[in-house]
Design a protein around this ligand. Structure first.
Ligand SMILES: C[S@@+](CC[C@H](N)C(=O)[O-])C[C@H]1O[C@@H](n2cnc3c(N)ncnc32)[C@H](O)[C@@H]1O
Length: 307
């Protein structure tokens, strides 16, 4: 059926498609008549898809219905000079045994769906969240606000700063702040807000996994809802802090009741144990997180690098 579609083989498709066939790839589903209309307009030429490679195929067959599910990697036809676009997506094709007025029964395609597959990138997922602008607290994180109250402003690094709610607060309180995030949309919003509020904010649009924090460079490093446990970021923070510098973290805690959390009780303390750091706070609390959910178990952690 798909080959017939690629080659605009209308008689083959008319035979394969149920009168009630629907084709859905997002937007409004199209009917058999609309599809045939579109095919008639297609100019003769190379096939719509030049190659299609399947994986994860499965078939379920009942007495009068059958379902095909498969993941296809497709290369667009007719663009050999530049290389055809590549699509990865899931097909679901539902067939039904239909009986015609002359009592002949035949398998006909009823529903044809295709959905973009593959993993959305971390950047795209967060960009979408920041564009939608819901699901998170817009005020600065309370722990961070509280911690900096007693500190003399210096250089601050806000890891995974998102749309900048915390970095902007630091900048407003006189910290020479750098915010880093993988989401260009988050960075854009933070920069716009900084300009509006006439604040100086340095932004870095990068993957923190690949970014060098430097050595003894920061008076404060904030890791507020970093999106995952990111233990290597903590190790780089320890090195990046100046003597006397402060590390602040708030995130979801993990325990048997909260298996989705990131940090196990005592895990952060272990990372900061020894003579180099003093742990000022390591609280496990049930509270309203800044991101998602009305209630969760959180860890609020603060450590100071000893002089
Ligand atoms: C839950 S949000 C928190 C944002 C901000 N800290 C706050 O509390 O409002 C997690 C952030 O981590 C960022 N992020 C996730 N993985 C990253 C990576 N590898 N490098 C840089 N930023 C990353 C996301 O883009 C997102 O802005």
């Amino acid at each position: 059926m798909l080959l017939a579609f690629d080659h605009a083989d209308i008689p083959a498709l008319e035979a394969a498609w149920s009168d009630r066939m629907l084709h859905f790839e997002g937007g409004k589903p199209s009917t058999r008549a609309e599809e045939l209309e579109g095919l008639k307009k297609r100019k003769a030429g190379p096939p719509y898809i030049a190659t299609r490679t399947w994986s994860d195929e499965s078939v379920q067959i009942g007495t009068d219905d059958a379902l095909f599910i498969g993941k296809a990697t497709e290369v667009q036809g007719g663009n050999d000079s530049h290389g055809g676009y590549r699509y990865v997506g899931w097909y679901v094709l539902q067939w039904a045994r239909e009986t015609s007025p002359d009592r002949q029964s035949a398998w006909k395609l009823r529903l044809w769906t295709w959905q973009k597959g593959g993993q959305a990138s971390v950047r795209d997922s967060w960009n979408e969240i920041f564009r939608n602008n819901v699901g998170f607290e817009k005020e600065p994180n309370r722990l961070l606000v509280e911690v900096i109250q007693g500190l003399k402003p210096g250089t601050a690094l806000d890891l995974a700063m998102g749309q900048g709610r915390n970095a902007l607060h630091l900048a407003a309180r006189g910290w020479k702040t750098t915010g880093i995030d993988i989401s260009d949309e988050g960075i854009r919003i933070a920069r716009e807000e900084a300009a509006k509020r006439k604040l100086t904010l340095t932004t870095v649009n990068a993957n923190i996994d690949d970014w060098d924090f430097g050595t003894e460079k920061w008076d404060l490093i904030a890791m507020i809802y970093p999106g995952d446990a990111h233990i290597p970021w903590i190790e780089k923070s320890k090195k990046g802090l100046k003597a006397g510098g402060t590390f602040v973290l708030e995130y979801f805690a993990a325990d048997p009741d909260h298996p989705d959390g990131s940090y196990l009780p005592g895990q952060l303390a272990k990372l900061f144990e020894g003579r180099a750091f003093t742990i000022l706070r390591d609280d496990l609390v049930d509270d309203r997180p800044d991101w998602a959910m009305d209630k969760a178990r959180l860890v609020r952690f603060v450590a100071r690098k000893n002089r």
